[in-house]
Ligand binder design. Structure first.
Ligand SMILES: O=C(CO)[C@H](O)[C@H](O)COP(=O)(O)O
Length: 230
């Protein structure tokens, strides 16, 4: 990764962490960009910020503990105030592909319980239409052959990730090439309809904003289809 990409991620992460307020329940994302935000949150906690974190993966939970960020069980909170997470792709409509790091299931559960889902990304993640990045689909291992076959009927060419890669919830990931995804909302519903699919990495209508590092600036994309520089 180039040092400018790393800097764009850091700038987006820093800007996002400024949105966190005392006494909030904070969803902690997964992936290299989220890691930068978690370090920033750790620093603010060290300086006295009082929050409770809800991690989206075992690796994020381990990092949060290392940084002394207090954690809370997701099932003991009514909602999560703000979540900061990464994405593999996003559009200006704030449709996302997530799951490159294999944590999409917990990430989506955290996102649906979150009031303000904030996505942080470097400029390479912005796309006109989703689909350059293969869509991760989390499946029950027993169903993986059947799901691969069903995906073909949707013109998706799938491949089981890794040898195989096993998620925190004990499932497999199928990475699916759909070429360009013209209608993510429709595809999302069709994928959820396949028996054996637990969840997929299309996030539609969940992000409140995307903070994208671009050069030395941070561009903000809002749900209402507006954009400004932070
Ligand atoms: O969805 C994810 C993990 O499941 C990540 O947020 C996504 O893969 C982006 O990762 P990175 O910040 O390393 O590019």
């Amino acid at each position: 990764m180039s040092s400018s990409t790393e800097q764009e991620k850091k700038n987006a992460a820093r800007e996002a962490v400024k949105l966190i307020r005392d006494h909030q329940v904070v969803g902690l994302g997964t992936g290299s960009t989220a890691v930068l935000a978690i370090h920033e949150i750790g620093e603010r906690v060290r300086q006295g910020l009082v929050i409770q974190g809800v991690p989206t993966s075992n690796s994020t939970a381990a990092l949060a503990r290392e940084l002394s960020i207090p954690l809370v069980d997701i099932n003991s909170v009514a909602h999560i105030d703000i979540t900061i997470d990464g994405a593999d792709e996003f559009t200006k409509e704030l449709h996302l592909i997530k799951g490159g790091g294999g944590a999409l299931l917990r990430e989506k559960i955290v996102a649906v319980k979150t009031l303000q889902e904030v996505i942080i990304a470097d400029a390479s993640k912005y796309v006109e239409r989703l689909g350059r990045f293969r869509l991760p689909v989390e499946v029950i291992p027993f169903a993986s052959g059947y799901v691969l076959h069903e995906l073909e009927k949707l013109n998706g060419k799938g491949e089981v990730r890794g040898a195989p890669f096993v998620t925190d919830e004990g499932n497999y990931i199928i990475d699916v090439d759909f070429k360009t995804i013209e209608d993510p909302v429709r595809l999302s519903a069709r994928l959820k309809n396949i028996t054996g699919v637990v969840e997929h990495g299309l996030f539609t209508g969940l992000a409140e904003r995307v903070l994208m590092g671009t050069g030395d600036k941070v561009q903000v994309f809002l749900k209402q289809n507006s954009t400004f520089t932070a």
